[in-house]
Design a protein around this ligand. Sequence first.
Ligand code: HEC
Length: 102
Amino acid sequence: MFIVVKQRGLNMKILLLIFIILSFTISAYSDITDLTIECGYCHGYDNNAAPPLYGLEEDYLIEQLEAFRSGERIDPNEIMPMFVEELNDKEIKDIAEYFSTQ
Ligand code: HEC
């Protein structure tokens, strides 16, 4: 009996693990603000060193984010590459759309 219970516990843990892995691979984020909240720490305040992003053209934003990711645009502070290197093309497009429509 003890062994059966123990095995069930293990199965549940494996199921849970599979569920967690799947939910990460299926959708990396559920809401666009999951991706953009950290941008606001630097870009959201007027008296910050980072330029404001709200209202910039979507195409311009996509170009800049891709350029930071590829290293074509050099951030003298070496900050921006850290925030875009992990983003895929769709995430960059979604972020650009978000800021251009705020
Ligand atoms: C730790 C601070 C910081 C964070 C967080 C940050 N940035 Fe930046 N960002 C900067 C700085 C500083 C610059 C100016 C770099 C330069 O002069 O090239 C910049 C520049 C940019 C530019 C170019 C703006 C222009 O007018 O050309 C874009 C676009 C941008 N960031 C988007 C983002 C997005 C999207 C995020 C979130 C995923 C983000 N940033 C997170 C500091 C930050």
